[in-house]
Write a protein of this length. Structure first.
Length: 463
């Protein structure tokens, strides 16, 4: 693999000029291409095919939508409530959905990956977490060296809950921080002390978690270079294994709560770039390597190791060391992947509950990938994970002639080559260190669906 894989150059002038709206490619085709003609019956047919062909290990995603309070920037699928009884009702439905899925999949299914996302998964009480984990253990076999992760909001999570998560099998944790700056916290309605965050990191370590990851966001209202610099210094001192530095995507027409953010408080485009560049310098200076998109990891972390070995993958949870498994998704708005398909559950609680009351799987939409989608998906994966692709390997795997199949795309890439973002040769496409921050732009060239769309307004900016 490419030895220089972890090198990154932040070219602010290039980013300013070439930055455009684009998807994050946690799937290809992206979820906005899923259609309603794919329903629960279609899903069942594909699971039957999986069963007939012997299947393989599974990945399980569980979405818990509830949060106690609203963070104004949030773009996740969530339900804000202080009513704790909501989760008891939700867990009842979740367990019903799990039992239906398990029956469909057949006995003895092996789990290699598990992810609890949200919303806030720890909105569930400790007893509810036990209940869900016991149901998983009943229906699936969790392999000992699997990736079992959960998203944690440190506010109001006790050390006992972290211990319980460790005991029930979780071994990776990602902690939402965003920014320690008090002015920023007030402007986004998320007051979270440094102490609570550090306490959770310590609790995760004490309970044997293999990897601790921190989420930060740049571009939030009232953010400054000094303030975010201080946050980064404190986080680096806490020594997490991984970090995600997300770009705040301000799209108030799409996400209602963002209307409560005063636009005049948002940092300017130039300020955002300065913050980004400082963040990259501080993190690489502290020894972190750039994995891709918004992610950094210590060189000895398994993501960085997998990237060096050419074994990195990308899925709905971001980067992963596990090869593409079929993904069973439970809960409102959850997205699954079985064989050459993606499927999405209902996005509203009421519809999700109604479907399960009718004893139907709550699948609302989906897509069956054709041969062309599969080729493009693999290209986007290769670029996102390894910043390069080997054209003859695609010729062999997909029985195509890469250069003629992607003649239009390669013409477009030549423009990026002139800008110094990548190098094209008869054998390979290699993204240069200064092209890496713009990897989404490069992947967008291979996205067939963007060719038929006239505007990209529904996506956030790349940077
Ligand atoms: C579901 S939340 C994490 C779990 C938990 N609810 C919390 O807030 O700590 C996942 C992460 O998405 C990121 N995020 C949410 N909305 C965002 C937005 N509009 N732009 C960029 N990142 C965002 C935040 O960093 C957040 O920690
Ligand atoms: S950032 Fe986390 S806690 Fe805040 S509203 Fe979004 S999902 Fe809920």
């Amino acid at each position: 693999m490419n030895n220089a894989v972890n090198q990154l150059v932040v070219d602010l002038e290039l980013i300013r000029r070439l930055d455009k709206n684009g998807p994050r490619y946690t799937s290809y085709p992206t979820a906005d291409r899923f259609a309603k003609d794919f329903n629960a019956d279609s899903y069942k047919r594909w699971v039957a095919q999986r069963r007939a062909s012997g299947g393989g290990p599974l990945s399980l995603y569980i979405h818990i939508p509830f949060c106690n309070t609203l963070c104004f920037y949030c773009a996740c699928n969530k339900v804000i409530t202080k009513d704790r009884s909501k989760s008891a009702e939700y867990v009842r439905y979740l367990l019903k959905e799990m039992a239906m899925q398990a029956e469909l999949l057949g006995p003895g299914q092996t789990l290699e990956q598990l992810h609890f996302g949200g919303g806030t998964p720890t909105f569930l009480s400790d007893d509810e977490i036990r209940e869900v984990m016991a149901a998983i253990a009943k229906h699936f076999k969790m392999v000992p060296d699997g990736e079992y992760s959960i998203e944690i909001d440190p506010r109001k999570v006790s050390d006992d809950t972290i211990a319980l998560l460790g005991q029930t099998g979780f071994n990776r944790i990602s902690i939402g921080v965003q920014d320690f700056d008090e002015e920023v916290q007030k402007a986004v309605n998320r007051i979270q002390s440094e102490e609570e965050t550090l306490r959770i990191i310590a609790a995760a370590r004490a309970n044997g978690f293999k990897s601790v990851s921190i989420d930060l966001i740049y571009g939030l209202p009232k953010q400054t270079l000094e303030g975010f610099g201080r946050t980064l210094d404190r986080i680096i001192a806490a020594n997490p294994d991984r970090l995600s530095i997300y770009n705040y995507a301000h799209m108030p027409t799409l996400f209602m709560p963002q209307r409560r953010i005063h636009e005049e408080d948002l940092p300017s485009g130039q300020m955002k770039l300065d913050i980004l560049s400082m963040a990259v310098n501080k993190l690489t200076g502290a020894g972190y390597v750039y994995i891709g998109m918004d992610h950094f990891a210590k060189p000895e972390d398994e993501l960085a190791v997998a990237q060096r070995q050419g074994m990195l993958h990308r899925n709905f949870q971001g980067y992963s060391t596990h090869a593409d498994c079929d993904l069973v998704a439970l809960g409102v708005s959850a997205i699954g992947k079985v064989g050459p398909t993606y499927s999405g559950n209902f996005r509203e609680l009421e519809q999700y509950y109604d479907a399960l009351d009718r004893n139907e799987l709550p699948v609302m939409r989906g897509i069956v990938l054709d041969h062309d989608d599969m080729i493009r998906r693999e290209i986007i994966q290769a670029l996102m994970c390894h910043f390069e692709l080997d054209k003859p390997a695609f010729d062999r795997e997909f029985k195509i002639d890469f250069d003629s199949y992607f003649a239009t795309e390669q013409d477009e890439l030549r423009e990026y080559e002139r800008e110094g973002l990548l190098e094209l040769s008869p054998q390979r496409i290699v993204v240069t260190p200064k092209g890496r921050m713009l990897i989404r732009n490069i992947c967008m060239v291979f996205d067939k669906y963007l060719r038929t769309r006239t505007e990209h307004a529904r996506y956030s900016k790349v940077i």
